[in-house]
Design a protein around this ligand. Structure first.
Ligand code: NAI
Length: 406
């Protein structure tokens, strides 16, 4: 960030490894608008009208919110954990701006777009959201989307804070990943998780909190007849199994899938509803960029999928999921009853070619032979950078933007 006077600044990207330390408000605005345009162009479809999204401010959660608001004219409540501009002149997070600009656009079209910023795992957040549903949101919701990706969770019953770990189980994994800060390939050796780390990851990313939300919503009698809930899981191919599907995060996802089975039985009986797992494809997000080895796999995968005209960003993937599967008649189930929009990623030809490409990679050629540039662009765009047509030299008036609230 370079300063002209105290409140007018030029905002530059600043990465620390695979984490972005800055975000550009106008870039985030443009990104939100582009996703809305995508949905408008793709067309409306019949779907839910009153929705609660946990993890609504970025990537899959935001894409789901945009799809259903602009594809089905749905009113939405979004819960997320984001930070605004602070007095110490720290910039707001990208999700903060996404919430603000989504809301502006939705309200312009007469839709309700309520944002709650805070800890979705807490009882207080559940109480606040339920109170809002009862008093101002028409009393009921038709859909709950669970799209949280969090590094930590405080258990509301015990106040113990659990931290998730991204590690393999019972094996050491050696592979290569990409450092987005310096654009270099590096070797990663990931030691297996301890039992404690496995347990903690399940606590954070498993199904416990999802079930607590359904408990609270059901007790408050705010679930409509035919209510649905979905959680975004990941299975992935053999290549990523050791550190993902069979690792700590995979273990947490399998826990959430068991939760879904329980919720499904219960919702069927109580409100003729359903709970369904959506196995989603690998995409570039804040959360996935820090998964070991994943950036290199994604870069190779994107090259192969793009060549076959199968590449999808979160908005494309979620639009297809909701329109064709959850609210459409092209549901693709697996033997466990999960929905599988990730089938394109897992197609045999896609995986064979991705594997073959990964075998050819060297530190010198990986940028040329994979879709690294696409991965990097998508990553930068998450924070509002690398967006075509935006003048990044223009001064941003932080003092003015500070007054905008989600
Ligand atoms: P993301 O990092 O882009 O978004 C996470 C969201 O959770 C943000 O809105 C953030 O504000 C919110 N959040 C985090 N902690 C919170 C808290 N304590 N309280 C309230 N909100 C909180 O993540 P992404 O990648 O979109 O992931 C969403 C879900 O999709 C995750 O469950 C992830 O495992 C799943 N998924 C992701 C895939 C990928 O390739 N990125 C593939 C398949 C599934």
């Amino acid at each position: 960030m370079t300063e002209d006077c105290l409140d007018r600044v030029v905002i530059k990207p600043r990465l620390k490894g695979n984490i972005s330390r800055t975000s550009h408000p106008y870039g985030c605005k443009k990104r939100v608008e582009e996703q809305i345009d995508y949905v408008k162009e793709a067309g409306k479809f019949k779907g839910p009208k009153k929705i609660l999204i946990l993890g609504a401010s970025s990537s899959y959660g935001l894409a789901s919110r945009i799809t259903l608001a602009f594809g089905c004219d749905a009113d939405t409540i979004g819960v997320s954990y984001e930070r605004g501009i602070t007095n110490e002149k720290r910039l707001a997070t990208a999700g903060w701006w996404n919430n603000i600009f989504f809301k502006q656009k939705a309200e312009q079209e007469g839709l309700v777009a309520k944002n709650f910023i805070g800890d979705a795992f807490s009882n207080e957040m559940k109480d606040q959201v339920i109170d809002y549903i009862k008093t101002e949101f028409g009393g009921q919701i038709d859909l709950l989307i669970y799209s949280l990706a969090a590094p930590k969770r405080k258990d509301p019953k015990t106040d113990i804070v659990y931290t998730s770990a991204l590690k393999p189980i019972d094996e050491v994994v050696i592979g290569h990943s990409i450092n987005l800060e310096n654009g270099k390939l590096f070797k990663q050796i990931i030691e297996p998780a301890t039992d404690e780390e496995i347990k903690s990851t399940i606590k954070v990313m498993g199904g416990e909190d999802w079930e607590l939300w359904i408990d609270a919503l059901e007790e408050a009698n705010v679930l409509s007849e035919g209510f649905k809930t979905t959680l975004y899981s990941y299975v992935g191919p053999d290549i990523t199994k050791a550190f993902y599907g069979n690792g700590t995060l995979g273990r947490a996802k399998r826990d959430a899938e068991q939760t879904s089975d329980r919720l499904n039985e219960r919702l069927k009986n109580r409100v003729f509803g359903e709970s369904i797992i959506c196995c989603s494809k690998a995409v570039t997000t804040k959360a996935s960029a820090v998964i070991p080895i994943f950036p290199l796999y994604a870069s190779a995968l994107y090259r192969v999928m793009a060549e076959k005209d199968l590449h999808e960003t979160p908005i494309m993937h979620k639009y297809r999921f909701f329109k064709d599967m959850l609210y459409g008649n092209k549901r693709e189930y697996d033997e466990q009853g999960r929905l599988r929009p990730d089938s394109w990623e897992l197609r045999e030809d896609v995986q064979e070619e991705t594997k073959a490409l990964l075998k050819q990679i060297t530190p010198l050629n990986f940028k040329e032979i994979t879709a690294f540039n696409r991965f990097k662009d998508e990553f930068m765009q998450l924070s509002g950078f690398n967006i075509q047509g935006l003048d990044y030299e223009q001064l941003v008036n932080l003092e003015e933007l500070k007054d905008l609230l989600p």
